[in-house]
Structure formats: C-alpha cells, structure tokens
Design a protein around this ligand. Sequence first.
Ligand SMILES: Cc1ncc(C[n+]2csc(CCOP(=O)(O)OP(=O)(O)O)c2C)c(N)n1
Ligand SMILES: [Mg+2]
Length: 808
Amino acid sequence: MSVPLLAATEAPALLALTKADILHDYRLGWESRYASLAGRREVFMGKAKFGIFGDGKELPQLAMAHAFRAGDHRAGYYRDQTFMVAIGELTWEQYFAQLYATPDAEADPATAGRCMNGHFATRQLDEDGKFKNQAQAKNSSADISPTAGQMPRLVGLAYASKLYRQNPELHQYSDFSVNGNEVAFGTIGNASTSEGMFFEALNAAGVLQIPMLVSVWDDHYGISVPAEYQTTKQNISALLAGFQREGEGQDGFEIYVVRGWDYPTLLDTYQKAAAICRAAHVPTLVHVTEVTQPQGHSTSGSHERYKSKERLSWEEQHDCLTKMREWLLSEGIAGADELAQIEKTAAATIKQARTAAWAAYFNPIQEERDEAVKVLNQLVADNGAENQLAELVKSFQTNVTPIRADIVRTLRKALRQVRGNRPTAGRRAAQRLLEECLANSADHYNSYLFSQSDEAVGNIEEVPAEYAADAPLVDGREVLQACFTANFERDPRVLAFGEDVGYIGDVNQAFAGLQAKFGDLRVTDTGIRECTIIGQGIGTALRGLRSIAEIQYLDYLLYGLQPLSDDLACLQYRTKGGQKAPLIVRTRGHRLEGVWHSGSPIQMILGSIRGMHLCVPRNMTQAAGFYNTLLRSDEPALVIECLNGYRLKEKLPTNVGEFTLPLGRPEVLRQGEDITIVTYGSMCRIVLDAAAQLAEVGISVEVIDVQTLLPFDTDQLIADSLRKTGRVVFADEDVPGGATAYMMQQVLDNQNAYQLLDSAPRCLSAQAHRPPYGSDGDYFSKPNVEDVFDVVYDMMREVDPQQFAAIY
Ligand SMILES: Cc1ncc(C[n+]2csc(CCOP(=O)(O)OP(=O)(O)O)c2C)c(N)n1
Ligand SMILES: [Mg+2]
C-alpha cells in the first residue's frame, strides 16, 4: 500500500454524533453493501442487464454525507449509492428500479430508467419544467458514464457559489443560493484522475478559488489496471501537493489524505474540509486511500482475474464495514449481538426493497402482456387456429417475463399475418392496443430530448426587429455589443466568460467595454481550457444563471465537445425532464482559413449535440435575434457567428436587445424560379453573389438561408420553394457528405420533397481535406462563387442544352 505523503491535518472532532447516529451509519453502510450484493445477483439471474455498485466505498460516503448540507450540490460517479441514500435523495427501492430500467420517473427519479444503474440525480424541476428551490434542497447533478466527465460540470457548480456570494445583484436569488454558502462536492475514482479533464478542472478551481470539494475514492484500480499504470508515483495527493495553498488567504487548495476504513478520521476530515471550503471558498481535495472493491469492478467480470491473492486478502481485512465493526466493538459503542441484529435488519430492508421494486417494474408489463394475450387470442379466434398466427401467439404466451418490446413485436407480427383479411373486432382491438403501446413507449423512451416547458424556444414570443428611418449603419460587432449590453442590463443573471472575453471584450470586440460597465464577475476572462469553460457554463446554468460560454474559434470546440455531447445535450433527456441547463455557447467560424482555423466541422456538431439547438446566423443582426430568443428560453444552444462578419456594416435595430428570431425558420434571401439553393452562415453571401451572376445568363435562383440547423425548417418552407423551382442545391463549407447531406436528408426525407424535383438534387461542399492557409488555399478548398455558378449552370444545361451552351 502506498504511504500517504500528506497526513490529514489534525482535526478537532467538529461533529458530535450520538450512538444512535453512529449505528444509523452502520446500518446504512450494511444496507448499501447488501444492495450491492443483491444487485449483482439480480444481474446474474437475468433480471437486469448490467450492474456496478458502491461496495467498499460506504464509509467515506457516510462521512461526506454528514458534511453535505441543504443548498449543496454533488457531481459524482457510479459508486455513490451510499451517499445518495444517506442524504435522503435515494431510496433502495429507487435504486433497484434503476437497475431494472423502470421507465418511470416516480420509480427512478434520477433517470426514469434511461441510464444504467449507479447514475444518480435529484429532480430539480417541477411539473412545469421550472426550477425548484435549490437552496433548501440537497442537490445532485445528473451523472454521466464517461470517467471524469463530472469534473467540468463540478467547476461550474462551485463557480456559481462564488458569483452568488460576490455579486450583490444576485443576492435576490435566494432559491439558488444563500450568500454562496454552498459546497459543490465532487467524487471520482482514482484511475479516472488520469483523465486530462480532471487536471484541467483542478487547475481551474485553483485559479477561480471556488468551493469545490473533490473526493478521490482510491481503490488502487481502474477496472483491472492498477495504480502503477494510472498515476505518477501511484499517489494522486502527493502528485497534487503543489496545489496546496501556502497558508490562509493564499490561493491554492487544501489537501487531505484519509484512509477509507477509518470512520472517525473520515468524519473529522470531511467536517474540516467542508468548513474551509464553504466559509472561505477554498477548493479542497480529499484523497481517500486504502479503499476496497469487494465484488470487483462491475458485473462484467470477476476481480480474481487481476488481483493477487495478497491483495484480495488485504482487501478482506480492510473492508470498511468490517473495520467499522471492529472500531465499534473496541470503543465499546455497541456489542456484537447488537451489531449482528443491525446487519440482519439491513439485509431484510434490502430484500424488501428489491421485491417491491421488481413488482413495480414488472406489474405494469404483466398487465400489458395479459391485455395483449387477450387481444391476440381474439385475433386467433377471428382468423382460425391452424396458422402461423396461432403459433406466434402460443409462443408469446410461454414467455412469462416479457419486456415491452416482446409485446409490441408480437402485435406487429400478428397484424402482419392478418393483413388483407376481413376487419374484425379482434383486429381493431390489436390495432388499438399497438397504438397505445407505441404511444406509451414514445413517452417512456423517446420524450424530453428538448424542454417541454413554456420557456422552450418554440414558445418564446416573436418580436420583429424595428429600425428607425435613419437607422445607423454600424460594424456587425457593434450590433452584438448593443444586444449584449441590453441583455446584461435587463437580467442580472446573464454573464459571459471565455478566453479574452473580459478585459479586451473578446477577440472581435463584441463585449468591448462591457467588463468596465458590468464588472469582472459578469464579463470574465478564463484560462485556455475549453472543456471546463463548457463545464463552467453547464454548472452555472444548472444553478439558475444565464451563462454565455465562449469558445474562441469553432475549430477548438472539439476540446469542449465531450461535455456538450455527453453532459449538456442529453441532460433533459437522461433525466426525463428532471434537470435543465440553458447554457448558450457562443463561437465563431465559417470562412476561416488554415488547417486548424477552417471553421466548418458542422456535421461533427450535428452528430453530437442532439438535444441542443444549433444556430448558424449569416450576420450579427440574426445572431442578436437568436441571443435574444435564447436568453429568454430554457434550452441550451450553440451559436456560430461568421468570423468574417464583425466588420461588415449592418443596420442597428432600435430594439436590438428585445427583438427575437424564431429557431427553425429559414429565410428566403432572394426569390427565384429555376432553382433553389439552400445554405447558411457565410456561404449566404457567396451564394447571393453567384445568384446575381447567374441572373446575368438568364438563370433565376432562389436563395434560402436555413438560419438554424437544429431545429431545421420546422414549417417545411423549403418544400414550398421546391414546388416552384423543382430543383435544389445544398451548399456549405463542411466536408462532402457533411451538413449538406444532413440538409438533403431533412428536405428529401422529412419534407418528402423528392417528388417535387425535376432534376437530381446536388450537394456542394468543401474538399474533404482541411483548407490550407491563405486566400488561395481557401479558394481551392471551399466552395467559391464560380463553383456555385458552375453547379447551377450545369444543372440548367442538363435541362436545356440549347439555351445553356457548354462553357468548358
Ligand atoms: C472516458 C471513459 N473511458 C473508459 C470508460 C470505461 N470505464 C468505466 S469505469 C472505468 C474505471 C474507472 O476506475 P476508477 O476511476 O478508479 O473508479 P472505480 O471504478 O475504481 O471506483 C473505466 C475504464 C468510461 N466509462 N469512460
Ligand atoms: Mg478505482
């Protein structure tokens, strides 16, 4: 075993626990252990598909729970069942409901059966999708599976307390914070500290000086791979010793090391760590060593394969519950009989919870199955017993533990069998039941990708832009500057942060002067750390703030894409409407030059952020309209501004901070008769130039700016255009088969537009490689005016070779 380099600071016993409190912990510890043991058995019996449990990590979590107060937040991982039960935000029945994938938010409030077991979350929204009071609640943000993925969000959760404390304008939001007196508790496994985002998050927290308390559950392994392969010197706290602050009032961390089986020291350590963190906003690390994992990593295999006999026997001796029992006996707190009785009661509690959860999971399915059997037998009676249908129904009836898919599959196959037969009561009943099952499953499995509240983007009132007769022509960046200023004045919860956003007001000056006006807590520079900039946004948005997180250039979004994709985009979905984080991510792209400055990986984004909106405004006025909409809505979005548009002149609306632009509505930029070009962003200018040149040779082009790619043309306006022109080109700067293919799918498939076409649809995209640096690199890599001209001309020449003679 590694010897800790830093001893836990001598901590006074800040927590006076009674015997009953201590034995309550002991009972909870054993309940948790029995839940882990039972959970593994359920998987092996086939009642659940996969299991990962918190055995061996019970004691540190009980100690952490004693330090966790109303108003605090958690961002953790799959081992934290003991903690969640100890703070009263999980019952064992709910725990098993999740293991069985019960698709019901009553049964599994964390994920409504959508996540594997061990994904914890509290329901933070009411029935209408509005935030509930967080200051009086014990809050857990919704877990995700990617190791260390909780860390970026944790930074944001802790950062919110700093803002709520230090910005007096935010003191009115007492539902979210009481003077920033909250701690954001993070938990992470030892091996996951190898991830880059762990180090990035720690550094960010040290720079920001925020109340973030990170616990590392160190069981020496990450699945089968031991610490030798994971951590320099095999000791994360020793490694991070440089983060230790020099003394009170100095920047840095407080670092504690404590053994995972040492109950009294764990209690003291957490009391002390949380107190400093809460009072002085000092980020804190608690390295919990000598932790065990009695059942091995998960149900996917046994740890005997990779742990030595010596290690296994050491783990047995250092099992935290065994050690707690020894301590209780040696301290004379309880006798052996009393403890044995507690363990027995704990086992019974778990058995009961498991049985009740299984019944709650299976009874509704059983009812649906019985109903299906009834209807299917009626169908057999209607259609004769000697056929494939009867065989199908017979085999369905022998399945005594069906899942919902079995029911629906059988109904669909049965209806297939009787197609063309006379309509009977049985057939109608089967049809009705199928429809009912499909409607239920849509709610169970497909709902809440987006907000369903009255603040969803589709419900934001549309306010047109207004212009004075003598509206000034200003630089595009000034339109944004005016828009942001108005929104910062309107709503004190609005804030913006990112690289170079604060002092200089972003690299293109849309925030110029705003820091001086609104203070550096609202317009803020960050380090170069895209991943935790996004996390900072997610955590603050979860806590009621209206954050604009800036990624300096679109190409660098990749660094922040993981939290966007795995955390933010699926937040509403994976909690079935239990949590939301209406973060706006602002970036700039399109028409850039250079291998890492090309600004066009749109398909990468489309494929990974479903659950967010994607706005691709062609100019800064459109961008302002989107910001105005989004800052009034409760949904997350990514806005890509055109890098080449900040210095172009635009008319300044009189209501620049008020007008809103609906998402999902394309705009026809130029009317035409012969062909429709569908595009977005900086390509709009290029396509309009080409359209003007095509007009000179007698080709009339309709140009449509889709404006948002997610959602895409919700009213199917593009099909209207194709009804007129019968021809379409999809054009953008992405790779071939990128977002042009996406737009084509949306139009041909969703809008059923193939039958409106008289010519084959075409896609015009950039080259497959990234554009080289320089104007020639751009010209020969991204679609230019001549390319657009030639594609359109070629299509028209195919229609009428006489009128449109060959050019080349
Ligand atoms: C990004 C990512 N890579 C790999 C995995 C697969 N995986 C799940 S848990 C795990 C080991 C984590 O070990 P540790 O952090 O020490 O936590 P422990 O399970 O030991 O408590 C791995 C590799 C994952 N979930 N996410
Ligand atoms: Mg581990």
